[in-house]
Design a binder for this molecule. Structure first.
Ligand code: NI
Length: 168
């Protein structure tokens, strides 16, 4: 396994749309293991392949509370079948470090996806898990949570990130 560098906004690769996975080979298994290792190291609750520059529709997440055993979830070629209960939820992103804002998300959704072996599964998710699924699918479509903010708020975040890079 390997820790992969996480791309940072405004890297243009974060704006690319990822392609569906068609081959479930050893390389894909390695990618998934590396995504988990990188996510836990960060630490974060979710990580999409696009965030490490791999343009495939794969994301990993673990929304288990800190003091509970890990719940590794892999979603491949995910598809939200229905969603409900829109609310504003506090959100951050490993590609937009050290900042979080409230964005509109659905609190409940019905997801269909493939697992790491290519088997279809469906899940009813709610709360943090539902939020993470929407956030990661956005990544696979080249979207970031800051896209939901007002241009004023977004520019404030961009300014802060520029400053951080200059002093890094
Ligand atoms: Ni993110």
């Amino acid at each position: 396994m390997a820790l992969l560098p996480i791309l940072q906004h405004p890297d243009p690769r974060l704006r690319q749309k990822a392609a569906p996975v068609t081959v479930f080979d050893a390389r894909l298994q390695t990618l998934i293991d590396d995504l988990f290792e990188t996510m836990y190291d960060a630490p974060g609750v979710g990580l999409a392949a696009t965030q490490v520059g791999v343009m495939l529709r794969v994301a990993v997440m673990d929304c288990a509370p800190k003091d509970e055993p890990p719940e590794r979830v892999v979603i491949i070629n995910p598809d939200i079948l229905s969603s409900a209960d829109r609310q504003d939820m506090e959100e951050g992103c490993l590609s937009v470090p050290d900042t979080s804002e409230k964005v509109p998300r659905y609190n409940r959704l019905h997801l269909r996806a493939l697992d790491r072996h290519g088997q279809t599964f469906e899940v009813q998710a709610e709360g943090l898990m539902a939020q993470a699924i929407q956030h990661e699918i956005d990544h696979l479509d080249g979207k970031l949570y800051i896209d939901y903010l007002s241009s004023l708020k977004r520019e404030r975040i961009n300014k802060k990130l520029r400053k951080q890079r200059q002093t890094a």
